[in-house]
Design a protein around this ligand. Sequence first.
Ligand code: ATP
Ligand code: ATP
Ligand code: MG
Ligand code: MG
Ligand code: MG
Ligand code: MG
Length: 266
Amino acid sequence: MAKSKFEYVKQFETEDRLLPNCWIVVRIDGKGFHRFSEQHNYIKPNDDRALDLMSKAAETVMEEFKDIVLGYGQSDEYSFVFKKSTNVYNRRASKLATNVVSLFASSFVYFWPRYFGTQMMQYPPAFDSRTVIYPTDKNLRDYLSWRQADCHINNLYNTCFWKLIQEKGLTPAQSQERLKGTMSSDKNELLYKEFEINYNNLSALHRKGTIIIRTPKQDQENGDLDILKLQLTPSGSSTARGGLSSRSPRPMTGGARRVGDVSAIL
Ligand code: ATP
Ligand code: ATP
Ligand code: MG
Ligand code: MG
Ligand code: MG
Ligand code: MG
């Protein structure tokens, strides 16, 4: 095709190809979901309909992008790990971030009625997206441990915060004041002494988030399960049993498998 005299403007575009041979993580996060969750009557501190909808949207993304080996989600965020060798969109950061987040957002809206029934969406939600590369397996494990530690810290705080409001009648400001300066051990004790709750017995999905992995084909014994050897702990430390594989896992057959507790996949 003959070049037009306008063609030169293409050169203004910047190169954003990500370094080869590194794990690529795309993380999306809901924009202003503090407000969105209030306006849509999310059950506090954890609305399972919303968590399930987030995971449904994440599964849709993983059905489309076969090079994603693992998804990790909590609250209004999801991280997607692309295999090291992926060449999708020529590893262009903006293409990866935008295609993942737009499919995620449209799926969130598309599947909304399945999880929220007749409750209408009040306004269109938005999500942000970023692309980060991790050169070593340790960096990737630590990234996932970091997100899971964040989930744990927030969930412990939110569980206390909402218990004080819902069961002791405190205002949000009073509840915040009551929790100011408390350590994790103080919060655990508060839950135990005032509400007879053993935090560790609460739902693993709420305490640790959701991991989505590909299941190997049922009829193949030697499915590539190396990726399942990721070990995450809510404390933020991590250990690995065996190495992470950069090989492609088997394609999803019956869709992705979801687990709340990472220990369940080890
Ligand atoms: P930003 O645009 O900067 O991300 P944000 O309001 O989305 O702002 P986040 O730090 O992302 O802030 O926090 C998301 C908030 O959404 C949580 O603090 C919580 O209030 C709410 N939220 C998300 N998912 C759920 C859920 N499943 N159940 C209850 N509340 C939720
Ligand atoms: P890519 O994912 O690389 O963008 P693509 O299939 O979207 O692939 P484009 O070059 O973006 O390819 O072209 C969009 C195509 O969508 C057009 O070639 C046309 O076939 C179709 N299309 C888009 N808008 C319309 C429209 N309003 N009416 C008819 N066809 C349309
Ligand atoms: Mg944010
Ligand atoms: Mg957010
Ligand atoms: Mg968030
Ligand atoms: Mg197009």
